[in-house]
Design a protein around this ligand. Structure first.
Ligand SMILES: [Fe+2]
Length: 225
């Protein structure tokens, strides 16, 4: 289902600000703070093991709020099927600010989804889509932890849109989520009717490059919403 115009922009930012802390952000905090073997080996790691002895117990950060799936967005005119399988869209001579986007794909009940398909496509540094070949296009699969990393460049701006990446995400046997990812602090986020603050990546500068994170929540089977 395509997101209708008028639901993003400043209203979207305000709506996001009103939301309680999402499970995704809590998951990110936990994944940063807890060694991965603790997450994989024993299920949910117990944050209370690390608290000061007199601190109150925190609510369980996992799977407590029935988080919504990642919002869909329109595909746009530039999707091409059958992109090459590659985690890096960089080719010899690719220009632009280096960007990595990493994160996890989760199901609705917080389980990481292994071997989920992610198909990325984007404008190049100059804001142009290559519709003749597969430049700046590629698909990859999450690993056993449900993790992915895309290596690319920051997409350039083109008329009418704020800065964005396109992506399709599909759990094995699941429905396809078509959506877009956005960059914080972009002036056009306030004027692009498609912009949705729920699709903002966390982006940090790392030397001359940018490192972004985003976690997807998908419906693992075709029956889900
Ligand atoms: Fe686009």
């Amino acid at each position: 289902m395509a997101r209708t115009e008028g639901t993003g922009g400043i209203e979207g930012v305000a709506a996001a600000a009103r939301r309680p802390v999402s499970r995704k952000s809590l998951l990110k905090a936990a994944l940063v703070a807890v060694p991965l073997p603790a997450l994989l080996g024993g299920g949910v790691a117990l944050a209370r093991d690390h608290r000061p002895s007199d601190a109150p117990l925190e609510p369980t950060p996992f799977c407590d709020d029935g988080d919504d799936p990642t919002p869909p967005q329109i595909e746009g005119p530039y999707f091409k099927p059958n992109s090459p399988e590659r985690a890096s869209l960089l080719e010899p001579g690719t220009r632009g600010t280096r960007l990595t986007v990493s994160g996890f794909v989760f199901g609705l009940t917080c389980q990481p989804v292994a071997h989920a398909l992610l198909d990325f496509w984007q404008a190049d540094d100059a804001g142009a889509y290559d519709n003749r070949t597969y430049r700046m296009r590629g698909h990859q699969y999450t690993d056993v932890r449900g993790a992915f990393t895309l290596t690319t460049v920051v997409p350039g701006l083109y008329p009418g849109r704020t800065r964005h990446l396109h992506v399709k995400v599909q759990a094995p046997g699941g429905r396809i989520l078509t959506t877009q990812l956005y960059f914080p602090g972009e002036p056009r986020n306030n004027t692009d009717p498609l912009f949705d603050a729920a699709l903002l990546m966390n982006v940090r500068q790392a030397g001359s490059a940018k490192q972004a994170t985003f976690d997807f929540v998908v419906t693992p089977d075709r029956r889900g919403g």
